[in-house]
Ligand binder design. Sequence first.
Ligand code: SAM
Length: 443
Amino acid sequence: MSIPFDPAFIQRVEKDPFLGVDLLIALDTIPPVSVRFHPEKVHSKLDILSEVSWCENAFYLKERPSFTLDPLFHAGSYYPQEAGSMVLDTVLRQLDLPTDPSVLDLCAAPGGKSTLIASFLANKGLLVSNEVIQQRARILKENLTKWGYTNTIVTNNDPKDFDRLPDFFDVIVVDAPCSGEGMFRKDPNARTEWSEDNVQLCTGRQKRIVMDVWDALSPGGFLIYSTCTFNSNENEENVSWLIDEVGAELIKIQVPATIIEGRNGIGNYCIPGKTETEGFYIAVLQKPAGDKKRQKYMRKGDFTVQKDLMDLSNFANIDDISIFNWNDKLLGLPKGLEDKMLHVQSQLRLQKMGTTLGEIAKKGIIPNEELALNPFLNCYESKIELEHQQALQYLHGDTFSLAGNQGFQLMTFQNESLGWIKHLGNRFNNLYPKEWRIRMNVQ
Ligand code: SAM
């Protein structure tokens, strides 16, 4: 039996002709399942139903598989994502952006929108992916590592910390914490957490969050505001408030007819029953054009790598990256982006920057999992292709009998990299990160 709606929520829907009571019925039906494939990795043979028309490489599935038991899920070959959130793809493609835009995803964990933005940028420009809650920032780091782009930084900061980067970003995505009405179908617990008070609390917090990062948006830049809720307080009213407060301009986006224009034409909605999605709201604002504050990039510390440490060419394509030594970790940063990335590093609390290629140890370089999962940099040739069951055991952290040469080996499944082992001849050390290991029984 489904969890009942809060009576105040029912009243809100009944009183609001924009939503209509059919929504209450739709929220008790079975949610669709969708995934977005990584454009550069092997595609898993999932049971596909149809395309998601508003997002590249995105598909509905016939049913929900066990993602945990698919090694390609761990390889970052796809990201299970609710189709409504994927509207961000069509929005980004319509914005008039510089060729190498700097994008901030402010409320980013677990990383659905950030992985989408990374694919959209396709290693051009910079993505700073931020999450204020530390535990969630770790999950964000894991998901972005598996997605494997070099031009990304993961930070763990409060929105107000971004005032240290004035006029820095061409796009800021604020996927704001909200009352979650749009999740009432997919996540029934969201129903028990809903209250009138929480709607008001979220409304105020969203205003604060957006105002805190407004100065970090470059003149002429775009703020993309989204929530997964239906009420006008957290959506149209907040957007209108912001327009009045900062003189931003509302930008209209072309979307398929099933994605409904918001109340008073402000933003767009995905609405279960009308759109093949959960609930989602998105609006785009443009900051007035004007003079950009002069950027002076700072570097904290000396990261120069000595020549002899740079013998990484067996592991990584190093032509397009600069290599830095950060606490004995060798980081690859895209050439041309070093100053910008190191400036962000000097101002914010970093979880990850660029791609960690390896660690400097006494006997040489220990390759890092970030390199294994980066399809653009990883060029290691000594690989062991695993069967499905072996791949699960590897991801579980097990070691087992395995033929192969001594030394570092890249474990692959269907030719997609999973991670490293150190082969010792008759056994191997499993180097798959402990915190990522599959916890369920895989035997
Ligand atoms: N964008 C994410 C995605 O697509 O996977 C989902 C983000 S979720 C809707 C909102 C995020 O905002 C959560 O990760 C939450 O921890 C974070 N958050 C909560 N309070 C916040 C605050 N005061 N300032 C900024 N972010 C906050």
